[in-house]
Design a protein around this ligand. Structure first.
Ligand SMILES: Nc1ncnc2c1ncn2[C@@H]1O[C@H](COP(=O)(O)OP(=O)(O)OP(=O)(O)O)[C@@H](O)[C@H]1O
Length: 273
């Protein structure tokens, strides 16, 4: 596949940070990592805790500059913020002083849409994520799942070509989480955006993705495995887990991931000691 067809391409990315323990030392978080997402493809990145998943997403978002390597967006070198991408992070990004509708509207208004048009589009997106009639509620008046839906509407309303998600549903209970995952899959199927999805949950990664990339434990995290998820679509994330192919894929990926998870866990314990 030619590079121009890739919505997102990370080439030979290395990221070093100043060490938190010793001021003069450098910590290599990510080393020589290449990874791509084709237009319309759903790719998940899994890896042990603290390995560098969020760092890679921040690179793709243009929020962090790599120490070396390049990022290309639809074939163009990325400079500054990735304006073709929308982000959904683990933490709440809603403004507590704005209603759900205003939260969804604000990005559209910022884009220069007249208020009436922004309001109509925001209302339509709230309805699409199952929140018709909840637009005047403030974030604290919404459940965790409803806040996630609002955040999703906020991202999708801007119609980005690339969607970057960093463990967006990890704070939700399992039932709400599976509902949200199915909703994301339905919305994705309708629009077929490129998605880069970060998670530490292998079941979630397999259930949702076209491809799963496994990262090694840090330091110097890099991909150590890549698996095509050839499960039929449309998928129901709860049902697909019973599919014999799911069980097979899970076993193959876990065989690669397991040692890294143990290494990552041991490192966390050392850091905490
Ligand atoms: N600004 C920074 N300065 C120094 N070190 C950092 C910085 N940001 C991240 N790191 C380190 O880089 C490594 C990767 O962090 P990152 O947050 O990308 O991991 P992660 O895989 O997303 O973690 P988690 O699974 O816990 O969400 C960690 O060891 C972290 O301590």
């Amino acid at each position: 596949m030619s590079a121009a067809l890739h919505a997102l391409e990370l080439q030979d990315i290395t990221v070093t940070f100043r060490s938190r323990e010793e001021r003069d030392a450098r910590y290599t978080a990510v080393a020589a990592t290449s990874l791509h997402v084709a237009a319309g493809e759903f790719v998940s990145v899994v890896g042990p805790t603290g390995c560098g998943k969020s760092t890679l997403l921040n690179i793709a978002a243009g929020l962090l500059e790599p120490s070396s390597g390049h990022v290309r967006v639809f074939g163009e070198p990325l400079a500054g913020i990735n304006r073709r991408a929308g982000y959904m992070f683990q933490s709440e990004a809603l403004m507590p002083w704005r209603s759900a509708l205003d939260n969804v509207m604000v990005g559209l208004q910022y884009r220069g849409l007249p208020d009436a048009e922004a309001r109509a589009q925001a209302e339509a997106w709230l309805a699409r994520v199952g929140l018709a009639g909840f637009g005047d509620r403030y974030p604290h008046q919404l459940s965790g799942g409803m806040r996630k839906r609002t955040a999703l509407a906020q991202v999708l309303a801007l119609d980005p070509d690339i969607i970057l998600m960093d463990e967006p549903f990890s704070a939700l209970d399992i039932q709400t989480r599976q509902l949200m995952e199915n909703e994301v899959l339905d919305l994705w199927a309708a629009k077929r955006k490129a998605v880069l999805f970060i998670t530490h949950d292998l079941d979630e990664a397999i259930a949702m993705s076209d491809r799963v990339v496994v990262l090694s434990a840090g330091p110097a995290t890099h991909p150590i495995g890549e698996f095509t998820i050839d499960l039929p679509r449309p998928r129901d994330v709860a049902e697909v887990r019973m599919h014999p192919r799911f069980v097979e894929l899970h076993a193959s990926i876990w065989a690669v991931l397991r040692d890294e998870v143990l290494k990552g866990y041991a490192q966390q314990l050392r850091k905490a000691a």
